[in-house]
Design a binder for this molecule. Structure first.
Ligand code: AMP
Ligand code: MG
Length: 355
């Protein structure tokens, strides 16, 4: 057990960010400590990417398995040349189009990057975030910042500073509070070391968008699998763990809308009669169809951005309310839906009921 420390939350005013606002955080990072900060995707738990000790503290604070590598956040292109030993033309094309933004690129790592940051892999994951607080923190610290999502390992990623506090209070000294994040799902990850450009994790940047730049980009099968198929080994180490999970048991119902509603209502009736605390995760269009007392709408099926932004927060709300069983509708898997279903399936441990 590590010793408890006091966790301070520093409110950031996005309309008037000043250099001074980052002095304390930058100092902590330069001394090998950890700072949680907002990015456009989710909150990150940052440490100096070139300091093995900082990486070790990130793993300890999250309770994260140390073979699960960290994404290195940068603020300028030159950093890529320092962090990677080889930079293929494809990387520059992707950077040109999608950086700063929610795309993580995997390249062969240079000597500079310690094994502690890459979980022992010979590759390194690099991203240039667009969130102005993230960018200013990287600039002010003068570091490359390794940052996984700022949640306790296995729990839903954090989209607000309050969530970070729930998971990491007592373990880190500082959280920069920039309010709710924009996107709400982690970055798309693409691996450029595997022969063909391979998408290891779906995210806000869709396959269609990536193929527009690199027509031969493909999904890693594990990234879009609908089963916990043991024959498929995830290439992003983090994708093999049960992840994003609420404390209650989450089950996804799939089928035509009417059958899904009927099946969830039947199950709700049965479980409530047994005294279990049941909740339902639905789309706005169907929320009124459920008999359950606790129905949450993730948003309209026509507005996937809202569903993405709400998903992790709703999973956390179910926890706070003590939901023991959570029945969820399933969502379309085109474009952003691909990422939404990927996270939902992992949160459910791939537990799907087809009706
Ligand atoms: P998080 O920032 O918490 O979303 O976790 C980072 C994700 O990036 C995890 O799923 C890691 O497995 C993945 N990742 C980081 N570095 C690499 C790498 N070198 N190769 C493959 N996946 C990586
Ligand atoms: Mg994570």
């Amino acid at each position: 057990m590590t010793e408890e420390i006091e966790t301070r939350i520093q409110k950031m005013d996005r309309s008037s960010l000043r250099r001074e606002d980052f002095f304390k955080a930058a100092e902590i990072l330069r001394n090998g400590g950890l700072v949680a900060f907002p990015t456009e995707t989710v909150y990150g738990l940052g440490g100096n990417a070139l300091d093995t000790g900082a990486a070790a503290r990130i793993y300890a604070a999250k309770g994260r398995p140390s073979d699960n590598p960290l994404i290195v956040h940068i603020a300028d292109r030159e950093a890529v040349v320092r962090l990677a030993s080889e930079v293929p033309e494809e990387a520059w094309k992707l950077a040109e189009r999608f950086w700063p933004g929610p795309l993580t690129i995997i390249l062969k790592k240079s000597e500079l990057v310690p094994d502690g940051t890459t979980g022992g892999l010979s590759t390194v994951a690099i991203r240039m975030p667009s969130d102005e607080i993230a960018v200013a923190l990287i600039r002010e610290s003068g570091l490359y910042i390794a940052a996984p999502s700022a949640n306790a390992s296995g729990r839903p990623s954090t989209t607000r500073a309050e969530h970070v506090y729930q998971d990491l209070a007592g373990r880190i000294p500082l959280i920069l509070d920039g309010g709710p994040v924009n996107i709400g799902l982690e970055s798309t990850i693409i691996d450029l070391t595997a022969g063909v450009p391979m998408i290891l994790r779906p995210g806000y940047i869709s396959m269609e968008q990536l193929q527009d730049v690199l027509p031969n980009a493909v999904y890693d099968r594990a990234a879009v699998s609908r089963t916990a198929d043991s024959g498929i080994v995830a290439k992003a180490p983090g994708m093999k763990y049960r992840h994003y999970a609420p404390k209650g048991k989450l089950i996804i119902y799939e089928g035509d809308q009417e059958s899904v509603v009927r099946a969830i209502n039947e199950e709700t009736k049965k479980q409530c009669a047994d005294g279990r605390r049941v909740a339902v995760l639905a789309a706005e269009e169907t929320r009124e169809c459920y008999i359950c007392e606790n129905v949450k709408s993730a948003g309209s099926r026509r507005d996937e951005e809202t569903i993405a932004a709400n998903l992790f927060e709703l999973l956390r709300e179910f926890d706070e309310e003590g939901a023991e069983l959570i029945y969820s509708e399933s969502f379309e898997t085109v474009q952003l839906g691909q990422a939404i279903m990927n996270r939902l399936l992992k949160a459910a441990g791939y537990h799907i009921v087809r009706v």
